[in-house]
Ligand binder design. Structure first.
Ligand code: FES
Length: 341
């Protein structure tokens, strides 16, 4: 049995390694040529301490309290020189990938389809060259080099991890380097990609979820919903998908299809445009009743532009209901970088 372990580094890089049943994580990382922080390798110094975000594991019983206290162990901290995974795991490593002598992964892919949605967005589908699909966590993104421009752009996967065909939802921007390239792109064109990247990804689902998508910030939620549907999740999930204009509402049928596959999934769409006849007008915060915050027993995920993140934060302050967890990714269309928390 080999478990898939995601190592998330401070600089946003994620590397996936295999860890054999009964193998210590530090040894598995070393085998993969990733030098995780360590000193004693004996459960004494605590240098290798990091957080296990999800998964099950055996902590071992050969470490001392100075290296890992009972409270720390209870809150999900582990010693990589001692822990033996018993399932796939996600770990946060408190240093950069460079410090661990690793870094970004690169791969190439071929354009399979380019589907415009009005003047709002483009669905880009890519086939990867490798026999194995690139590993990533649902919600993460990649940087795609725009051929001939010397520039790259960041896009979240809309497809699920493990799928050989990768999907992306790209905002159509007049004069944008990627929009311009996609206007003439055709099946068979080649793209170079770096990733996966980012700390915005679906954590272990322990309570109701509230998904807030702004515009093409819908993409990572499609990936998350697919993962949840395949897992047969029965958790309560509500999504609010907000856009500026009616035409910006894309892939609504795909979202609706999840209502048939996920027992407790509901969603609404919201349009900000004052002249729209849409039944839900305004901002997502105006359509966020107390029920969807479950008195704070909710994990909120948001992917959208910076003002949306700020507005949702203010909403929490005004209502006095703070979610158990608030994960967000700010993106600015046509900009190369993303900010996540
Ligand atoms: Fe010293 Fe793990 S390396 S406790």
């Amino acid at each position: 049995m080999c478990y898939q372990i995601a190592l998330n580094f401070e600089d946003g890089v994620t590397r996936f390694i295999g860890c054999n049943s009964g193998e210590k994580l530090l040894d598995a990382a070393y085998r993969a040529k990733i030098n995780l922080p360590m000193d004693c390798s004996d459960g004494v110094c605590g240098t290798c301490k990091c957080r296990a975000e999800s998964g099950s594991y055996d902590l071992g019983d050969d470490y001392i309290e100075d290296a890992l206290t009972a409270d720390e162990a209870g809150s999900g901290m582990v010693l990589t020189c001692q822990m033996r995974p018993t399932s796939d795991c996600v770990l946060t490593i408190p240093t950069t990938s460079l410090a661990c002598k690793t870094g970004h992964q690169k791969f190439s892919a071929t354009v399979a389809a380019v589907t415009p949605h009005h003047d709002a967005a483009i669905v880009l589908e890519l086939d990867v060259d490798a026999t194995a699909a690139p590993a990533f966590l649902p919600g993460q993104y990649v940087n795609i080099d725009v051929p001939g421009s010397g520039q790259s752009r960041s896009y979240s996967f809309s497809s699920a991890p493990g799928d050989k065909r990768l999907g992306f939802l790209i905002k159509k921007i007049p004069g944008g380097v990627m929009s311009n390239w996609l206007a003439d792109a055709k099946p068979g064109d080649r793209l170079d990609i770096t990733g996966p990247l980012g700390s915005f990804y679906l954590r272990e689902v322990k309570r109701p979820l509230l998904f807030l998508a702004g515009g093409t910030g819908l993409a990572p939620f499609l990936s998350m919903l697919e993962v949840l549907a395949r897992a047969g999740s029965e958790q309560v999930i509500h999504m609010i998908y907000g856009v500026t204009r009616d035409l910006d509402l894309v892939l609504v049928e795909e979202i609706a299809a999840y209502a048939a596959r996920l027992l407790n999934f509901s969603f609404i769409t919201v349009v900000a445009d004052e002249v729209s006849n849409h039944p839900h007008k305004g901002w997502v915060t105006q359509h966020m009743p107390a029920e969807v915050l479950h008195g704070g027993d909710v994990d909120v995920y948001l992917c959208g532009p910076p003002p949306m993140v700020d507005a949702v934060r203010r909403h929490f302050d005004v209502t006095g209901v703070l979610p158990a967890n608030f994960h967000y990714e700010k993106f600015t269309p046509n900009a190369p970088a993303r900010e996540a928390a």
